[in-house]
Design a protein. Sequence first.
Length: 468
Amino acid sequence: MGLVAHTPAMRLIWITRFAFPSPSGLNSMRLSRYFMPILRETPKEAEIVSHRLMLRAGMIRQESAGIYAWLPLGLRVLNKINDVIREEQNRAGAIELLMPTMQSADLWRESGRYDAYGKEMLRIKDRHERDMLFGPTNEEMITEIFRGYVRSYKDLPLNLYHIQWKFRDEVRPRFGVMRSREFLMKDAYSFDLDAEGARHSYNKMFTAYLRTFARLGLKAIPMRADTGPIGGNLSHEFIILASTGESEVFCHNDFLSMDTPPANIDFDDRAVMQGVFDTWTGKYAATSEMHDAAAFGALAESDKVSARGIEVGHIFYFGTKYSDAMKAVVNGPDGKEVAVQMGSYGIGPSRLVAALIEANHDDNGVIWPEAIAPFRVGIANLKVGDAATDAACNDLYAKLGKAGVDVLYDDRDDRPGAKFATMDLIGLPHQIIVGPKSLAEGRVEVKNRRTGAREMLSPDEALNKLGA
RNA sequence: CGGGGUAUAGCGCAGUCUGGUAGCGCGGAAGUUUUGGGUACUUCAGGUCGUAGGUUCGAAUCCUGCUACCCCGACCA
């Protein structure tokens, strides 16, 4: 592709893009022009509520077992989750890059995991009969990148992450994107000179994870975990409590009321980070694999929480497991080569979409937390074609959009009941209901999806209330 | 990977036992009606019945192989 002259039109595109307040460039939409294939009936294969609602709301479409297309509404949520994750990763000092999905088998032969990983790894041959694979994780590749450039301890600490599709050929994918074969993962990898530094890196990610899940409106509890095929000796899973969770968890009641570390916490202060870690690991919390019935039994009855949970994040400190095998070494201050200390830190954004629905729904549909709603506001025009309601809705739509509020305007020529049902199903936090009767009295109805609270306001008051 | 099941219109299903050339509800299109919680009616469009082969005058239906998908269990972000 050759060079392209910068026309005035192109400049406008850039200005517009940077002018948008949302990092993903999301914006408003008219439902009549959108692609949101909602289903009135529940598809039979969907067993759990999040899967049912994602299919009904037109967020995903299954293409193969455990492989999903993300339709526009679902993609918006996924992108908003990614935005929150990015902000918190960046805040904690991690740096984003992007590695490919396809990897060479040779890399995995170096670490010894090509044979060890088993049938979950999708193995492919290219046209030259070279062994390739679709990455189930990226420890090998990031280590290869690291060793290609970093030679000195002065370049440490370093934490690199990406948000990329993974493939794990699960024996039995199920529950929609909760356990799919292809899934999106944010995976970060830390490199440090020594164990103390690595411990600090671990604590920083630990803190970033607490903040990330809290911002998504989730109460995530860190629990000591098995390290599995990643290896290592220190590992925590972040579990949110949900009745449809796949694993059984046990924890102290205090976790439900602990304060999330603030945004301005000093990530560079080792003592502060260790303090966060100590606070959040000081009480009993374990999944069933790591459960110590005696220790749990020693708690007061009122402190015991026994529930089901969904794993939404998993962090590992594994020392020199990969740096030894793959010779990722730096020169230390003493001039001697040492293998770097590593950790890896994963969050599954695609699973989080489902987990968020599990934690936020009612009989009528999804109830999105503000931070990740596909649109923050929905406008329902109850009588399309009526001059007054059309004008009022157009005005609300334009002004909210201008103020940077993501709006979905239901301008379809449809029954009011259908619009109410649609709005509730897709779960936008705020609904502005514009009907001819109340509009004749200068009022629109503003409904809060979560509380169900309804207010009759003037259009200006409604705009003001919703941040425009 | 063990066990069980399903495959017929975009979705949910009937028809298969007993072979005769495919039907219902929802959804879609056109229209009338209705207008604050999925309105009612009329008309229309849409299916080589998962796939390959076999039996038969004739196969969605009977037989054989294959594939895909789902569910239960053991494993995982």
